[in-house]
Design a protein around this ligand. Sequence first.
Ligand SMILES: NC(=O)c1ccc[n+]([C@@H]2O[C@H](COP(=O)([O-])OP(=O)(O)OC[C@H]3O[C@@H](n4cnc5c(N)ncnc54)[C@H](OP(=O)(O)O)[C@@H]3O)[C@@H](O)[C@H]2O)c1
Length: 204
Amino acid sequence: MMSEGSRPPRVGAPASASPERVAGLATAKLPLQHAGWTAVVASTPEGVIGDGERMPWSLSSDLRRFKRLTMGGVLLMGRRTFETIGRPLPGRRTVVLTRQTGWAAPGVETAASVAEAERLVGGGRCFVVGGGEIYSQCWDRCTECWWTKVWARLDGQVKVDLPWPEFRIVWQTHCPAGPRDQYPTDCFCLKRPPEGNRKKKSPV
Ligand SMILES: NC(=O)c1ccc[n+]([C@@H]2O[C@H](COP(=O)([O-])OP(=O)(O)OC[C@H]3O[C@@H](n4cnc5c(N)ncnc54)[C@H](OP(=O)(O)O)[C@@H]3O)[C@@H](O)[C@H]2O)c1
């Protein structure tokens, strides 16, 4: 995945700042500022994202990128995903979607609907970080997606089927498996082009 020399842009920085931008794509036409939310997702080629309890892989470089990318922003997640993490992550606001009126956790804000989450987030940089239910409900609000394609064949109870053709690749990098990365991965930064300028075929 990502080495220290190929870091993602910081929050608020345009992806075009990256030296690994994919050549030949009309990224100049894409918005430099992020008007919408950013999805951050890791999945196998078949769409497996989890087993319902934990992440089904150990990918240290992916965690490092996640931290760097999301630091200072708002993490929007479902209650089940929060419970797999078990605590709010430092340096970021955590907004948890739950329909349970009595549910609470220290350092966490709750929202009973996506619309309420939108109000809570306000103009902050919002990262949609799962799980499956939340990706599918928030996908339309995402104008950017960081997708880690994990080259593993796994059975998992939680899958996503996200409409990638709506997006274009603006940056990508490969990371081989290693002592701290269980599987090889490809990481893509994708952006949603303006309406009417979309590709018909999946970019990945
Ligand atoms: N690979 C990745 O990138 C990645 C990222 C994150 C998570 N995961 C994995 O995904 C799995 C969890 O995903 P999941 O789909 O089972 O659960 P989830 O999306 O994390 O959470 C579902 C819960 O969110 C709440 N919810 C959903 N829609 C809502 C709405 N519109 N308004 C208010 N609350 C709402 C409900 O909580 P209540 O039941 O409390 O009402 C629901 O049970 C885990 O295995 C985790 O490890 C993978």
